[in-house]
Design a protein around this ligand. Structure first.
Ligand code: ZN
Length: 417
């Protein structure tokens, strides 16, 4: 009898352990939605019950686009420019998409889709969008220059279908396109559950350009919220019926001008002012105390999906994960008489920071840079002066490597204004 009890206890214990293991091995999936051209003040004013519901599980955050104002990485507040900052986690000085023509993207800066596929070739990807270029040019689906990265599921390019979506002056066709995009995305999520998906919604920007701050624009935002609700419903279906855990980010690519709310592209506060809604968990002190940017979404997805970013890419990424452990943020660099004055904020003081400097930028041509380790200092000092007398240049890339994350800043030759 005693023997039997022992066995039963053992069986019970094993069942518990296996349940625990199942819970731990949930398949992680991520999806991000870009809703075009909605400034933070508008998303905060218009009722968005679906966004609120998602934010309740994670957070609503004010954020920014545009890089650092008046600095070498200042970035136009233009659509495709913003999308590519999200995809690559870098500002325009690196990814090189300066406007919606997308003439010459620098594919040496990999998108989150490529990082995922490099490490997990069997994981599946999806893009759902009115605009064809999002997949074919920005992600660079099946291009030699992107090492033939593959988007496994896509429904896009509806802007080119003028038979089913006859263009009208009021842009109602664009709302119908977004509806179709959402329908296709929801179907694909339920059926295929791509591991990483991008859903792009355009109608809000059309209404912004046409009417500016207006009832029409606000109605478009409410329509977008309903569409997000449908995607969220598809995600709930997967989480309920499959052993999956989904991360969602909803954001926008730029704000709009202060005066009318019609234009964008410049660097005014409202054009730079954006937002994020996410169901993410485990926020860190970077999220808590600093002002996130669109470039932070890529490292946050990588953190969630357990994507290990190779060191050469880590040294280029301008964003920081909003979740998980973080060492250092807010790097600042100055060239002063043959030395670089480096400062940062330490979020984990009990560690050391390595300071690497390169005077080359071969990375942009896909070749390695010549980084020299110039100092290793306690993170808590938050400051170091490193001599670069032995590597004279007017250009430097400065990389600060902490235990949990790596940040970078450039020093560029001063240009006459
Ligand atoms: Zn836009």
């Amino acid at each position: 009898m005693r023997h039997l009890i022992k066995i039963n206890t053992l069986v019970l214990l094993m069942m518990c352990l296996s349940l625990l293991a199942t819970a731990q091995t949930k398949v992680k999936k991520a999806l991000f939605i870009i809703a075009d051209g909605i400034p933070a003040d508008v998303i905060e004013k218009v009722p968005t019950p679906n966004l609120d519901m998602i934010a309740k599980q994670g957070k609503y955050l004010r954020a920014h686009v545009g890089g650092d104002k008046d600095a070498y990485n200042q970035t136009p507040t233009i659509s495709a420019v913003g999308y590519n900052s999200l995809l690559t986690g870098t500002w325009v000085n690196k990814h090189n998409v300066w406007d919606n023509d997308i003439k010459d993207p620098n594919y040496n800066y990999p998108t989150i889709f490529r990082l995922l596929k490099n490490q997990y070739p069997n994981k599946k990807t999806g893009v759902f969008s009115s605009w064809l270029d999002n997949r074919t040019k920005l992600v660079g689906d099946s291009l030699a220059a992107t090492n033939y990265v593959k988007i496994d599921y896509h429904a896009d390019g509806y802007e080119l279908d003028t038979v089913n979506f006859k263009h009208d002056k009021e842009s109602a066709y664009m709302h119908r396109i977004d509806e179709r995009v959402v329908e296709e995305a929801s179907k694909s999520i339920k059926k295929n559950a791509p591991d990483l998906s991008w859903v792009y919604l355009e109608y809000t920007d059309d209404m912004g350009h046409m009417y500016g701050d207006s009832p029409q624009f606000y109605t478009a935002v409410e329509m977008m919220d309903k569409q997000v609700g449908k995607i969220w419903e598809a995600i709930q279906y997967r989480q309920k019926n499959f052993n999956e855990e989904w991360l969602i980010f909803i954001t926008t690519d730029h704000g709009r001008d202060e005066k009318m709310g019609k234009g964008h592209g410049g660097q005014s506060a409202r054009q730079r002012s954006t937002w994020m809604v996410t169901n993410a968990k485990g926020f860190n002190n970077y999220e808590k105390y600093y002002y996130p940017g669109i470039v932070d979404i890529m490292p946050s997805i990588a953190q969630f999906m357990n994507i290990t970013i190779p060191v050469n890419y880590k040294r280029e990424i301008d964003g920081i994960s909003l979740t998980g452990p973080v060492s250092i943020v807010e790097p600042k660099v100055n060239l002063v008489q043959g030395a670089i004055d480096v400062s940062w904020k330490a979020l984990n003081k009990d560690e050391k920071v390595k300071i690497w400097v390169s005077s080359t930028n071969n990375f942009k041509e896909g070749k390695p840079d010549d980084y020299k380790l110039l100092a290793e200092v306690p993170a808590g000092t938050e400051h170091a002066l490193v001599s670069v007398k032995n590597m004279p240049s007017t250009f430097y890339k400065v990389v600060l490597e902490g235990r949990y994350n790596t940040v970078n800043k450039w020093i560029v030759p001063e240009t006459k204004k």
